[in-house]
Design a protein around this ligand. Structure first.
Ligand SMILES: Nc1nc2c(c(=O)[nH]1)N=C([C@H](O)[C@H](O)COP(=O)(O)OP(=O)(O)OP(=O)(O)O)CN2
Length: 131
């Protein structure tokens, strides 16, 4: 299995209105580092998983929908908790949606998103695809 990982960061505001989250029940900001890993069983005819520039562009397009947003007001998170874990799943699914109809996208075995909310805490969502 081959993998290619691209890293970007984005900033959001949100609240997590459940007792378990303590002070984070209030509106607060976060800067996340997103590491998006594309997995592929065999390399393309160009000997790559995906073109780095193309992959970076897709990730930037997805993160642009979150960057500088208050997720409490974001329609995709209405009635949902925007935890690090949930955001990782959202990014993986949205990136997969953008790739699904492309030749490269059909060859992917998976997309994993690791979101680092600080140097000591991160979450990963692993999306397995059919290839
Ligand atoms: N599993 C998760 N736990 C928490 C998340 C999360 O996304 N997934 N998010 C938060 C807060 O949004 C914030 O990032 C940290 O809040 P904070 O209360 O400052 O941090 P801790 O929970 O680490 O520390 P406390 O000792 O409980 O204050 C919180 N948890």
């Amino acid at each position: 299995m081959f993998s290619l990982t691209i890293r970007r960061h984005f900033m959001i505001a949100h609240s997590l209105p459940r007792e378990v989250f303590g002070p984070a029940q209030a509106l607060h900001g976060a800067t996340f580092v997103a590491e998006v890993t594309f997995r592929r069983r065999a390399l393309s005819k160009d000997a790559i998983v995906l073109d780095i520039g193309a992959a970076g562009g897709i990730i930037e397009a997805v993160l642009a929908g979150l960057n500088y947003k208050n997720l409490d007001e974001h329609p995709d998170f209405a009635g949902k908790l925007s935890t690090t874990e949930a955001l990782a799943e959202y990014i993986a699914q949205t990136v997969a949606g953008k790739l699904k109809d492309s030749d490269d996208g059909r060859e992917l075995a998976g997309i994993d998103v690791t979101l680092r909310e600080n140097p000591d805490a991160w979450a990963t969502y692993a999306l397995d695809l059919s290839a």
